[in-house]
Design a protein around this ligand. Sequence first.
Ligand SMILES: NC(=O)c1ccc[n+]([C@@H]2O[C@H](COP(=O)([O-])OP(=O)(O)OC[C@H]3O[C@@H](n4cnc5c(N)ncnc54)[C@H](OP(=O)(O)O)[C@@H]3O)[C@@H](O)[C@H]2O)c1
Length: 230
Amino acid sequence: MENSVVVVGGAGRVGRVVVQRLLERRESVRVIGRSVPQALRHLAPGAVFRQGDVRVPQSLESGLTGCSAVVYCVEPGTAKSGPDRPETTACHGVRNVLEAATAGGNRPHMVLISQLHATHQGHPLNAYGRLLSWRFAGEEAVRESGLPYTVVRPGWLIDDRKAGHRVRLDQGDQNTGQVARQDVAEACVQALYTPAARGVTFEMFNEPGAPFPSWSEAYGSLAWDRTPVA
Ligand SMILES: NC(=O)c1ccc[n+]([C@@H]2O[C@H](COP(=O)([O-])OP(=O)(O)OC[C@H]3O[C@@H](n4cnc5c(N)ncnc54)[C@H](OP(=O)(O)O)[C@@H]3O)[C@@H](O)[C@H]2O)c1
């Protein structure tokens, strides 16, 4: 990439794998998060940490200026009200990041980690501060941004491959299952280098079977949300 890739929430469990894989590709990587101790504990040497909170627009400016891509891996709160309600991070935070990343006419590729069931507003998870409604609103902000984007809706996250070694990409938000954090991280990284991953929203799960042969084939099998942005 020409400029830095910014991983928002990059010291988290998916984010730190994204960071590691980007560094292995010799990308310049910036990480935004609130906790300095978490960053010190989990970030690979080589990543540049900028303390910031997605709910506070001014805290994002320096970290996102001029970036080539953003991967948004922020865990939303689940409070019914107050600063930890999902609206603040799953929707407003996404908008704040989009605004800071596009300052001066910059046009980064935005990869958003959302979740399965984001379109199911009657699901019991939506009792947690309307988590799913705000997830969907955050997705829509990305889809409507005019930027190249990829929206990833992982199944239930796990830290191993006990659900299987094959990754399945689905569309339509009809299925459920588990997926390894490392596969989600790889999907985010591969999306940045795969033209067919632009302009798509998909769910991802693990299942038994051999890994698929290539990410470009897997992304190429997906339907675009609308005509992709160049
Ligand atoms: N758990 C599941 O089964 C499941 C299923 C589907 C999707 N997901 C989603 O997948 C994504 C990645 O999950 P994960 O397991 O990697 O989460 P995680 O380990 O909890 O990491 C989340 C990261 O978000 C950062 N963060 C939280 N609030 C922030 C804020 N206001 N401003 C800036 N950074 C903030 C945290 O860092 P600081 O605390 O330092 O800010 C942390 O590094 C999340 O969006 C999660 O909701 C989860």
